[in-house]
Design a protein around this ligand. Structure first.
Ligand code: NDP
Length: 455
């Protein structure tokens, strides 16, 4: 029988800070989860005895490796690659790969930690992981990206597999990069297996996967609004980002009768008071996907729209906000501006886009706030369905997948209400979606860990 471990929340967090010095994003993510989990396990001795929270905050393993590649001028570059395998208690490790200059161990540890709870919330058998490199695909030729991806996979392939760890895309990793990495895995192992998700539909990719994260975030928003007898019809939204998640969120928000006012990239944001309609959205997709353009070009193309350099869109008045770019892009001041302008709901397409102080502002104002680990889980959920299709050697139809996605998002919403409300999913009541998502996500993983004993 293990000895009980009743350290206080403050002592626990001090330990996390000491063991992970300088890893601010990881510490921030742990702090947010630990606050809620501590309350939940206060009277549950078994979790204390087994030191479950302490174990979940220590990744199973972190693989770090050198990635060498040659540019088109034959200059050799040396980059760093990682895979953080956080926890595989409930299924094979699963989580995206990010290529961006800001990638470091702290960012990947926070993402792998969050992924563990998000994957648990989907109800599908997937553990949590994340990987990436500080490589920047922007401005690189296709050949350069191909050589980098092949070099990255040459090492990564030793650590992944359909029953071990199944990576996917994330910032800077879209269908092009997934194609290059999948091809290299297949070449090295001589096996065709569902080792990556987000693949092209010609070679095992799932229908609905590209749309799933952005659409899922809007469906989560619909569920939150419905809980308060509201809908998207006639509402306005500020959205950040102009990548995969942001553009699909904008598309679905508009389709459901809403008006999208903003989109952004790392240069700034555009504000179109007339709304970004279908035609304008198609223009942006072409700009971003085919012409590697910048969002500022929108203001030159469409009269009435303005570009705000180096600014974020949170001061624009709107009913809803969907941060869909990157972590910590919505700070306290932005949250206050949103609340001051009467925002009623925030649904996060990105991972941890709101700082802890911003989240506090939303909670104090009692607006509906759906954290990324719940609101953007549609992407990994359809990735989980891609794994099932690959195992069955079958491809499901769009309609079936769409129905499954809406059902999954509704189930995730209900789990949040169960643990973040008063337990009865009553319409109209205030729900702490962060607490709901943290507790529901934690419980399943923790109970699996208890079943395995001490390891
Ligand atoms: P993309 O690479 O397709 O797009 C990212 C967008 O965010 C771009 O518009 C990019 O602008 C902007 N951006 C990136 N970094 C910054 C920064 N530091 N400051 C300002 N803007 C920035 O990525 P995704 O759309 O796939 O991912 C967006 C978010 O959603 C991430 O947090 C990701 O982890 C999360 N997510 C993605 C999932 C998916 O299925 N793709 C699943 C679940 C979560 P620029 O072009 O200038 O860099």
């Amino acid at each position: 029988m293990a000895v009980s471990d009743h350290v206080s929340l403050e002592e626990f967090l001090d330990g996390v800070k000491k063991r992970n010095e300088g890893q601010t994003e990881f510490i921030q993510a742990v702090q947010e989860v630990a606050q809620d989990v501590y309350e939940f396990i206060a009277d549950k001795e078994e979790y204390h005895e087994a030191r479950i929270l302490r174990r979940i905050t220590e990744p199973d393993r972190i693989v770090s490796f050198r990635v060498c590649w040659e540019d088109d001028d034959h200059k050799v570059h040396v980059q760093r690659g990682w895979r953080v395998q956080n926890n595989n208690a409930i299924g094979p490790y699963k989580g995206g790969i990010r290529f961006h200059p800001t990638v470091n161990e702290s960012v990947l540890k926070f993402l792998a930690f969050e992924q563990t709870f998000k994957n648990s919330l989907t109800g599908l058998p997937m553990g949590g992981a994340k990987g990436g490199s500080n490589f920047d695909p922007r401005g690189k030729s296709d050949s350069e990206v191909m050589r980098f991806c092949q070099s990255f996979m040459t090492e990564l392939c030793r650590h992944i597999g359909p029953d071990i760890d199944v990576p996917a895309g994330d910032i800077g990793v879209g269908s092009r990069e997934i194609g290059y990495m999948f091809g290299q895995y297949k070449r090295i192992t001589n096996r065709w297996e569902g080792v990556l998700t987000g693949k092209g539909q010609e070679y095992g990719g799932s229908k609905m996967r590209p749309e799933a994260t952005g659409y899922g975030a809007v469906y989560f928003l619909c569920n939150m609004l419905r809980h308060r007898d509201e809908s998207i019809e006639g509402k306005s939204a500020v959205i950040s980002g102009s990548g995969n998640v942001a553009l699909h969120a904008a598309e679905k928000f508009r389709e459901l009768g809403g008006k999208v006012l903003t989109l952004s990239d790392s240069d700034g944001f555009i504000h179109d008071p007339d709304g970004i309609d279908e035609e304008k959205l198609e223009w942006i997709k072409d700009l971003k996907l085919n012409r590697s353009g910048r969002i500022s070009e929108y203001a030159d193309e469409f009269s009435g729209a303005e570009f705000h350099e180096d600014k974020r869109p949170w001061h624009v008045e709107a009913d809803c906000a969907l941060p869909c770019a990157t972590q910590n892009e919505l700070e306290e001041e932005g949250a206050k501006a949103l609340v001051g302008n009467g925002v009623i709901a925030v649904a996060e397409g990105a991972n941890m886009p709101s700082t802890l102080k911003a989240v506090k502002v939303f909670h104090n104002a009692e607006i509906m706030y759906g954290p990324g680990k719940a609101a953007n889980a549609g992407g990994v959920a359809v990735s989980g369905l891609e794994m099932s299709q690959n195992s069955e050697r079958i491809s499901w139809e769009h309609e079936k997948l769409h129905d499954m996605l809406t059902g999954l998002m509704s189930d995730i919403h209900d789990k949040c209400v169960e643990h973040g409300g008063d337990g009865e999913a009553k319409n109209g009541e205030y729900v702490d979606y962060v607490k709901g998502a943290n507790i529901a996500g934690f419980k399943k993983v923790a109970d699996a860990m208890l079943a395995f004993g001490v390891m």
